[in-house]
Ligand binder design. Sequence first.
Ligand code: ATP
Ligand code: LTN
Length: 326
Amino acid sequence: MARVFSGIQPTGDVHLGNLLGALVHWVRAQHEHESVYCVVDLHALTVPHDAEELRRSTSRLARLLVAVGLDPDVCTLFVQSHVHEHAEGAWLMECTASYGEMKRMVQFKEKSEKADFVSTALFTYPALQAADILLYDTDEVPVGEDQRQHVELARDVALRFNHHYGDTFVVPRAVVPPAGARVMDLQQPTSKMSKSADAAAGTILVLDDPAAITRKVKRAVTDTDGEVRYDVAAKPGVSNLLSILAACTGRTPEEAARDYTQYGPLKADTAEAVVELLRPIQQRYHELEDDPDAMVEILAKGAAKAQAVSSSVLDRAKRNIGLLAR
Ligand code: ATP
Ligand code: LTN
């Protein structure tokens, strides 16, 4: 059975784009593959942050992942810093990846240009990500398009390591959903819905209450021709609403379009579909919030399961690269 690994950073609040573009696929994959999912808090340290807020975001995100349907008895769900093999594996990756390779990473260029303080780790971040992936003998890495380059680096590092030190790592590949699977910002429907968007009105958060969701959908930007039709280039706003409605109700956007001739009813039904999709998730989230011990136990079990795999792969790598056994 193929092994799948993916990670999500505990920065910002989880939005409908994260849910429909990534998390629902994670939930499905756990039943089809051996799946490992990680809240990558070490990656969040690469940018300036507030210590208390990071701790809170990490537990909020872990709770949300369980609430959306990741079953800790079916998949492996854990927090990156609970498994020290990741930090140690990252060193082996840094010693195998070249400086030139790292310098070509587009995300570093984008993030470092905007930042006042650029940590060394922001630059070496893809080495940690490579360790995350390679320590689980991962075959497939489901990620968004922006992460493809990092997964390809992990692949190149695995091939180089295997070439120099003998067969050690499984060579992973990125699995990227089609471009149409992206949820767009409700206010700027040509940009993806994003945590870092300026306009909170364009982003539906998974924990938004029904009134906020309805307000955001009703104010979504459409166009003036008044026709309901799925046409991303000519009608990005309407097409985005149709994609969201379709994703929530298990249809294609074209099928969803057939039921509407006016924007008002389309918006009303889209808002209702989103509210209904999120209702059970929010309910489970709040139940877990009331039972903090349950989450502690889930994450402890997840870390133990993750460590059982990653420690043996790390031992293999340390032996092959020439480190003396203790
Ligand atoms: P930012 O908003 O800062 O760009 P993000 O919202 O993209 O962050 P990430 O933590 O980078 O969040 O992504 C988590 C997962 O959600 C990734 O697999 C990413 O591809 C997916 N994702 C993020 N935004 C969208 C979107 N608008 N539509 C579909 N999938 C998305
Ligand atoms: N860099 C990714 C998060 C991430 C990840 C991973 C994804 C860290 N480690 C391993 C897949 C596999 C991001 O910013 N979305």
